[in-house]
Design a protein around this ligand. Structure first.
Ligand code: P6P
Length: 337
């Protein structure tokens, strides 16, 4: 039986997915609901972040006499906690933690999935009230259930993700996640404290008019990237333009906008940092999975992001992601150099 109501909550939608998938155990749906719960808790603190003078900055004691944590650490603890105390996750890796954590209790050891996340990406923007986000990817563990998770469970190619998503804490708070069945967006309805479906079956437009890149590094980019940026600047009505340059400095916000409206986001390597800044496992792989399910593309300039075989948890990669036709035009330019 399918719930025939216009507005589905995240919980209702994930449970409904279980009903449609033969042999589904509900573990993935439970994990996604756990992530939704942590996201709601983080959202409360992010929304208060502007009140630092009242709450006290990280390391201080707030009016309730509680130790105030950095929001990064707070967010990390929330996502780690719900996954550790859930029934679906054997372990986690986080941008905030040097190494992975394998949960050592019988339920976790027998759980099917591992989760990698950046708990609060762009947190440097909190002080100026710019949108920030959480990014996550979910994999089936490759080591035997019953044992504790091991490093190889976390060093899988992005193609092995069973789900990936992000939360954007912005003018509204949205949770967007993809499985191979599609990409769906849920907006937090504060009146009932639930993520409710607002963007069903998201498709990335095959072309757009927005390009996102840090122009401050322009002369450090390789020639093909510089040539493509010049092409973007010269677009006019005769060839699909004019383009607009939009760069928030918060990847979740930039990529979310381009996913919905069409566009391309680039964080290339530079002369002094050829691997760029963004992390493969918990920033680029999740977004690459989402954009490909939505019809877009994501590469490191040479190969699909999802095909990269990771060798370490925190490795970086150049990142080019967005609308299919825009990515193909970029690839043509990069192929010439
Ligand atoms: P830059 C935020 O710190 C972040 O990791 C991404 O969210 C964002 O896209 C990028 O860095 C911005 O980096 O070097 O352009 O300031």
């Amino acid at each position: 039986m399918t719930i025939n109501r216009k507005v589905l909550t995240l919980d209702e939608f994930t449970i409904q997915q279980v009903r449609h998938i033969p042999n589904a155990t509900g573990e993935l749906s439970t994990l996604l609901r756990d992530i939704g719960l942590a996201a709601k808790r983080v959202n409360v603190e992010v929304n208060k972040a502007g009140l630092v003078d009242i709450l006290g900055d990280a390391g201080s004691v707030n009016v309730q006499g509680e130790d105030v944590k950095k929001l990064d650490i707070f967010a990390n603890d929330q996502f780690t906690g719900v996954l550790q105390h859930g029934i679906s996750c054997a372990g986690i890796a986080s941008e905030e933690l040097d190494d992975y954590i394998a949960f050592d209790d019988s339920v976790s050891r027998n759980s099917k999935y591992v989760c990698l996340f950046d708990p609060l990406d762009g947190s440097g923007n909190i002080d100026v009230n710019v949108s920030i986000g959480t990014i996550f990817g979910v994999y089936r563990r490759v080591t035997p259930k019953g044992d504790m998770a091991c490093k190889e469970d976390f060093l899988q190619k992005g193609t092995q993700q069973v789900a990936a998503g992000y939360i954007v804490y912005g003018s509204s708070t949205m949770l967007v996640y993809a499985t191979r069945r599609g990409v769906n967006g849920f907006t937090l309805d504060q009146s009932i404290g639930e993520f409710t479906m607002s963007h069903p079956d998201i498709q990335c437009p095959s072309i757009g008019k927005i390009y996102s890149v840090n122009h401050g590094n322009f002369f450090q980019y390789m020639e093909g990237v510089r040539n493509y940026i010049n092409i973007c600047q010269k677009k006019d009505k005769s060839n699909g333009g004019p383009y607009t340059q939009r760069y928030i400095g918060s990847m979740v916000a930039d990529v979310h906008r381009n996913l919905i409206k069409g566009g391309i986001f680039m964080y290339p390597g530079t002369l002094d940092k050829p691997k760029g800044k963004l992390r493969l496992l918990y920033e680029c792989n999740p977004f690459a999975f989402i954009i490909e399910v939505a019809g877009g593309k994501a590469t490191d300039g040479k190969q699909r992001i999802l095909d990269i075989q990771p060798t370490e948890l925190h490795q970086r990669t150049p990142m080019f992601i967005g609308s299919k036709q825009m990515m193909e035009e970029l690839e043509r330019e990069m192929g010439k150099s």
